[in-house]
Design a protein around this ligand. Structure first.
Ligand SMILES: Nc1ncnc2c1ncn2[C@@H]1O[C@H](COP(=O)(O)OP(=O)(O)O)[C@@H](O)[C@H]1O
Ligand SMILES: CC(=O)OP(=O)(O)O
Ligand SMILES: [Mg+2]
Length: 379
């Protein structure tokens, strides 16, 4: 039997799937290595999670290929689909990853240092492991390509826009998946005005109107907008000037903004929402309060971009599992038509709102969007 392998290298995890080929490719195996760092865990769906010790993206990928060996035994991998975080100006639809395309994508590494190098390392590893397979790249920026100029530009001299200094927006595979779920299960809502909050280790919010992105909190890089596990989110550019005037170089500033900020930076405890919610340290509480405050602010902004609201969808690790965060985002938002069903929320139910505006929790599945694209390319 022939199969498709999907690889989704995020900032804190590598998620994977083995799919059959077909229009809606059935899933044979899936899982992730999560918590990349000193205490990484391998979870293969249907088996208990296992600590694999210190693991970066490369170690995690080897562990995944090893764990998948029994599943792939006697099956031919026809295609490997990769999440590629940055497609820049030139890439939108899924593309075949030829050496020329890979070279072009490498030039975007400085724009997404937490992702792009790992995405492309996975491509290299997959080409070695499955030399005959079709390698396809699916872009996190694609879903936002059609968003309007006002959400695409910065108010810098226009020549920078021409050079590609734009608000690309990310988490597009996730927004694509959520949009496909809405079309299938909530067709009226799918035609309406929806804010999707993708809250994982990285986090963004997208304003979606009739299935299309019209606004996103993330911009040129995956730093802007909401605060994240270790990333700062929206920042006054004057802060960067101040750091530079203090003598800091680009590499040091990059380390602070990508690795030492966000929940981790504010709490000085952890990037992980689970740890912060379980902590009684006031710094943890303060970091969570900041996180919630910024989320609420952006829900308001996205509702304004949409000219009203028909639904809010929570997804990503925090969006799917952190009931207290969802509650604190929705509480007191009756003025927007949002009311929480506390019981349903505590159970991570799909439908957690009781007000006129639908509030949903939908687990995302970026791998499925990738598998669909590879399957389509193969047929
Ligand atoms: N049960 C939970 N409660 C609160 N937060 C959680 C829970 N499970 C996962 N998370 C959060 O989700 C994050 C991982 O989200 P995920 O979307 O898988 O990450 P990635 O950005 O790497 O794709 C973790 O860092 C943690 O903060
Ligand atoms: C773009 C981005 O931040 O991705 P992730 O949430 O997977 O780190
Ligand atoms: Mg992710």
């Amino acid at each position: 039997m022939s199969v498709i392998l999907t690889l989704n290298a995020g900032s804190s995890s590598i998620k994977f799937g083995v799919h059959e080929t077909g229009v809606e490719p059935p899933l044979l195996a899936s899982g992730q290595v999560e918590n990349l760092g000193p205490l990484a865990r391998l979870k293969v769906k249907g088996t208990p999670a296992r600590e694999i010790g210190p693991a970066d993206h490369a170690v995690a990928l080897r562990a995944i290929l090893h764990a998948l060996a029994p599943v792939l035994e006697g099956r031919k991998v026809l295609g490997v689909g990769h999440r590629i975080v940055h497609g820049g100006k030139s890439f939108g639809d899924p593309v075949r990853l030829t050496p020329e395309v890979i070279d072009q994508l490498r030039t975007l590494e400085p724009l997404a240092p937490l992702h792009q190098p790992h995405n492309l390392a996975a491509v290299d590893a997959a080409r070695l492991a499955f030399p005959e397979a079709l390698q396809m790249g699916c872009f996190d920026t694609a879903f936002h390509r059609g968003h309007p100029f006002v959400n695409d530009a910065f108010a810098l001299p226009l020549r920078f826009y021409e050079q590609g200094v734009r608000r690309y927006g990310f988490h597009g595979l996730s927004y694509d998946y959520i949009t496909s779920c809405l079309r299938r299960d909530w067709p009226a809502l799918a035609k309406g005005r929806v804010v999707v909050a993708h809250l994982g280790n990285g986090a963004s919010m997208c304003a979606i109107k009739d299935g299309h992105s019209v606004g996103s909190t993330m911009g040129f890089s995956a730093l802007d907008g909401l605060p994240m596990g270790t990333r700062c989110g929206q920042l006054d550019p004057g802060v960067l000037l101040y750091l530079m005037a203090q003598g800091m170089g680009a590499a040091e500033i990059e380390r602070i903004l990508y690795h030492e900020s966000g929940l981790k930076g504010l709490s000085e405890i952890s990037h992980d929402m689970r740890t912060l919610l379980a902590s009684d340290d006031p710094r943890a509480a303060q970091a969570v309060e900041y996180y919630v405050f910024r989320l609420r602010r952006e829900v308001g902004a996205m509702a304004a971009v949409l000219g009203g609201l028909d639904g809010v969808v929570f997804t990503g690790g925090i969006g799917e599992h952190a009931a207290p965060i969802r509650a604190r985002v929705i509480e007191g938002m009756e003025f927007l038509g949002l009311e929480l069903d506390a019981g349903a929320n505590a159970k991570d139910a799909t439908r957690i709102g009781t007000g006129p505006v639908e509030v949903l929790v939908i687990p995302t599945d970026e791998e499925r969007v990738i598998a669909r694209a590879v399957s389509k390319a193969l047929s």
